[in-house]
Design a protein. Structure first.
Length: 385
């Protein structure tokens, strides 16, 4: 019994020692199986968060959904880029799904307000209620002024303003801008001297409709400051099939000498698809030209005037230099040179008696005659009777 029972504890202990490695291997296998699932779940969660962040759009809310002309509402927004300049407008013939039909021409631009978003991308500002130039339905349209283009609309009713149905969409094709627009090109040396600045408006559109779009006609508008854009039609040659996209380039040109901040708008089918800011430098060559003109022309006029004055003034008779010197000195007395020794009168001089009879030689006259000269031996009359 003792011999049988002795080895039993040894055998049981070996089984317990073998069970520990088996448990470790089982745990390692379970962790190995769960690790890919955990990584997949974390990646899916990150992608979902990124998708939610990418799908986040700017939002606009109003303190009142309806107000009359002369009133005031408070516009608040969130989800915008921090530190972005925005423009708030009340626009007619607009809905949030179709946008502002006709662009800013359908908005009350004079009563618009600008606002800058805070560090969290939010803002809040009061907006006066004004009647747009076209009938309602109306919206409060908020759009970025600089940087990447972003817009948001909120339904608003202008009390007492007429209401009309929106124009129907024509055709089965529907174009939408898929990427941000940009202006390509550069200004040459002639633009520095006032030549019209020109660029290429580049964008990518996709056909979201059920029918192809052939040779679409776009409208490109340029606006300076608070003025309404000036529209020009630009036709693109080509066909965009349903569900396809195309890269389009349209020329944009401003007037000669244009400078400052401009806004380029793209419209198709009565709807503004995109807006792009454009800063145009000042043509300093024109300024330099006017400065030179203001300096050269007065100098030339002055020179011409002085030449005219020099020719028009009266001329005096020319006299010899010696005669001018004698006139300046004045006439000499008649007997001034009579007693000078060695003084001779020039032959044929004017005013002399010999000039009429002929050439003569004048003799020198002594200072004293022999009879009148003083003498040491000649007695004086002083002291004699």
């Amino acid at each position: 019994m003792t011999g049988r029972t002795g080895p039993a504890p040894l055998c049981g202990g070996s089984h317990r020692r073998d069970a520990a490695p088996s448990t470790a291997l089982l745990l390692a296998a379970v962790l190995g199986a769960l690790l890919p699932a955990l990584l997949l779940l974390s990646a899916t969660g990150a992608d979902a968060a990124g998708t939610r962040a990418a799908e986040a759009k700017p939002v606009v809310t109003l303190s009142k959904q309806q107000a009359g002309k002369g009133g005031e509402i408070t516009v608040k927004g969130s989800g915008w880029r921090p530190g972005t300049l925005l423009m708030m407008l009340i626009c007619g013939r607009s809905t949030p799904d179709r946008g502002v039909i006709g662009g800013t021409n359908s908005c009350a631009n004079a009563e618009g307000r600008a606002v800058t978003t805070d560090a969290k991308g939010g803002f809040g500002r009061k907006l006066p209620v004004a009647e747009p130039p076209v009938p309602c339905p109306c919206v409060v349209h908020v759009a970025t002024v600089t940087g990447e283009q972003a817009t948001a609309d909120a339904v608003f009713v202008v009390a007492g303003h007429p209401v009309a149905a929106l124009p129907k969409e024509t055709g089965g094709g529907r174009l939408a801008v898929l990427a941000a627009t940009r202006l390509e090109g550069d200004s040459g040396i002639l633009t520095w001297f006032g030549a019209p600045p020109a660029r290429q408006l580049v964008f990518t559109v996709g056909n979201l409709g059920s029918a192809p779009v052939k040779d679409p006609v776009f409208r490109v508008g340029t606006a300076h400051g608070v003025f309404a854009p000036q529209w020009e039609e630009r036709q693109w040659r080509g066909t965009i099939e349903s569900g396809r996209k195309a890269r389009i380039e349209l020329p944009v040109e401003l007037a000669a000498g244009a400078h400052g901040d401009y806004q380029v708008s793209l419209e198709y089918g009565g709807k503004v698809l995109a807006e792009q800011p454009w800063g145009v430098g000042r043509p300093w060559g024109v300024t330099l030209f006017w400065v030179l003109l203001c300096v050269v022309v007065p100098a030339a006029v002055f020179r011409i005037g002085m030449a005219i004055v020099d020719r028009a003034r009266p001329r005096t008779s020319r006299t010899p230099a010696r005669g001018r010197r004698l006139r300046r000195r004045g006439p000499r007395p008649a007997g001034a040179s009579a007693g000078l020794p060695g003084a001779r009168r020039a032959p044929g001089s004017a005013g002399s008696p010999e000039a009429a009879s002929g050439p003569t030689t004048a003799t020198a006259l002594p200072w004293f005659t022999p009879d009148s000269a003083p003498s040491e031996n000649r007695p004086t009359t002083k002291g004699h009777s």
